[in-house]
Design a protein around this ligand. Structure first.
Ligand code: MV4
Length: 498
């Protein structure tokens, strides 16, 4: 089945990212937007655009029924959900299928299995996948669980089965705190997810977060596209991602890749997915969960493999067999991504939404900016305050990092506070440079004081911003130089204008 018209059920940078590939493939694009996003670039980029409701996402980007109605009206044959919003909603994927449309993503069944952490553990149980010691099922008998905790040794983590991405986790340091931790974990899980199922795991105290990108087709072929290192994060919000990881050996990489493919196989996975592991200081790795969507940080994988993941997703959704074999893939170079948020690092990363009075992107070889805003636009309060993803690519890790620092220095954003200076601090930090860091990097090394200098724009940036503004606002003068009548009639000029 060929996709001729694709609706992107998302906004901002990821909507643009998906539509760009669709356009390259000759596929017509349809944008949806909320009343807050009327003037957004993703709306103008699309061949057609439909307003689906007021600003709050519950009344617009999350309205499955409205979105499917739009598809029927416009003759759309497939929906790409991007990330967030409806991307990991099994019911939505099912509604799309029932409406006779193609969901550019995995099956509702895969989404459902992996949406439950215990479901994921059960699905992979018959495969040889390393997992952190813990309880394989939801805890029903508290005394039993307490015994297991004593056996595996404190500290332990209580996790909500319906959680994920750090939501619904609780550390218990010693047995005396077990009951209280359990009470809180269960009541939090009920209020957050409507499901009080929790399990316990040994707490790996200083892990690295390494995830493997996989692609599976609808014929049972599954490959992996190596890893992304995402350890630099703040309160489960990733800050810096890179590929490959500075710590993996080719042997461990191959082994993790094999495990990731098996995890995908265990749930009959097709589409693009990410298998998340933690890695301890001995380089032991453990499977944690699988994300059944295209991830924010997918560009670093695209840079080092040369593969367009959205193109692959579309081919897979059309039912085509994967055209890439595992042995064709190799890592070339190194890519680093930072997330540029409209947040104030000096003020506990409080969202600082406002107007991008000056917005000048970095440019040059090895630089990719995925964003969804333009100068003069206001960042709406209703959604995630990510302004852009800045990705650099070089032959080596050091080259990609140096390029990132240069790119951050060129990036001029005035009007809102951003995390650019904070990311620059990470790039310069010895622990990051040496590759010796874990998920506690930000907590361990960052205080607002370290930012005082780079937070202010440099003289050069101010000068650049001012001249850009002057150029843009300059009125055409009726001077001898600009009037066509008086223009010098050189051959060069004729050739150029003719
Ligand atoms: C863990 C862990 C340590 N031990 N599980 C956080 C996100 C969610 N996917 C699982 N997470 C963790 N699970 C055990 N048994 C530490 C984390 C964790 C973490 C993992 C990846 C990236 C950042 C993190 C930050 C804090 C905790």
């Amino acid at each position: 089945m060929t996709i001729r018209k694709l609706l992107v059920a998302n906004r901002g940078e990821i909507a643009l990212r998906v539509m760009r590939t669709a356009r390259e493939m000759g596929i017509q694009t349809v944008a949806i937007y909320s009343e807050a996003d009327r003037l957004s670039p993703h709306v103008r980029y699309a061949d057609e655009a439909v307003c689906v409701g007021p600003a709050p996402s519950s009344e617009s980007y999350l309205r499955a029924d409205t979105i499917i109605t739009v598809c029927k009206k416009l003759g759309v044959d497939a929906i790409h959900p991007g990330y967030g919003f409806l991307s990991e909603n099994a019911n939505f994927a099912r509604l799309v299928r029932e409406a006779g449309l193609i969901f550019v993503g995995p099956s509702p069944e895969s989404i459902e299995i992996m949406g439950s952490k215990l479901g994921a553990k059960a699905a992979v149980a018959s495969y040889n996948i390393p997992m952190v010691p813990g309880t394989p099922d939801a805890i029903s008998d508290r005394d039993e669980a307490k015994k297991t905790a004593a056996q595996i040794g404190y500290p332990i983590l209580i996790k909500a089965s319906a959680g994920g991405g750090g939501k619904g986790m609780r550390i218990v340091e010693r047995e005396e705190e077990f009951d209280e931790g359990m009470d809180r974990a269960v009541s939090e899980a009920i209020s957050a997810f409507g499901d009080g199922s929790v399990f316990i795991e040994k707490y790996v105290t200083s892990p690295r977060h390494v995830e493997i990108q996989v692609l599976g087709d609808q014929h049972g072929n599954i490959i992996h596209l190596f890893e992304r290192e995402c350890s630099v994060q703040r309160r489960h919000q990733k800050v810096v991602e890179e590929a490959p990881s500075a710590i993996l050996t080719p042997e461990i990489r191959a082994e993790m890749g094999r495990c990731a493919v098996d995890v995908a196989r265990a749930c009959g996975y097709y589409g693009a997915g990410t298998v998340e592991f933690i890695v301890d200081d001995q380089l032991n790795f453990y499977f944690l969960e699988m994300n059944t969507r295209l991830q924010v940080e997918h560009p670093v994988t695209e840079q080092i493999t040369g593969i367009d993941l959205v193109e692959q997703m579309i081919h897979i959704a059309e039912g085509k067999p994967l055209a890439i074999r595992q042995e064709d893939l190799q890592i070339k170079g190194h890519a680093v991504e930072i997330r540029v948020y409209a947040e104030d690092p000096a003020n506990n990363f409080l969202p600082d939404v406002g107007t991008l009075h000056t917005y000048i992107r970095p440019q040059g070889n090895g630089i990719r900016v995925d964003d969804g805003f333009e100068e003069g636009m206001t960042i709406p309060i209703y959604y995630d305050p990510m302004i852009a993803k800045l990705i650099t690519y070089g032959a080596t890790r050091e080259e990609a990092i140096r390029k990132m620092i240069r790119a951050i220095d060129e990036y001029t954003i005035l009007g809102v506070q951003t995390t650019l200076g904070f990311c620059r601090y990470v790039m310069e930090h010895e622990a990051f440079r040496s590759g010796q860091f874990d998920t506690h990097f930000v907590k361990r090394y960052f205080t607002p004081e370290v930012l005082q200098k780079p937070a202010d724009p440099t003289e050069a940036q101010l000068a650049a911003a001012l001249s850009a503004w002057l150029l843009k606002n300059e009125k055409p003068k009726a001077s001898a130089e600009t009037s066509t009548a008086a223009a010098p009639k050189s051959k060069w000029r004729e050739r150029r204008l003719g």
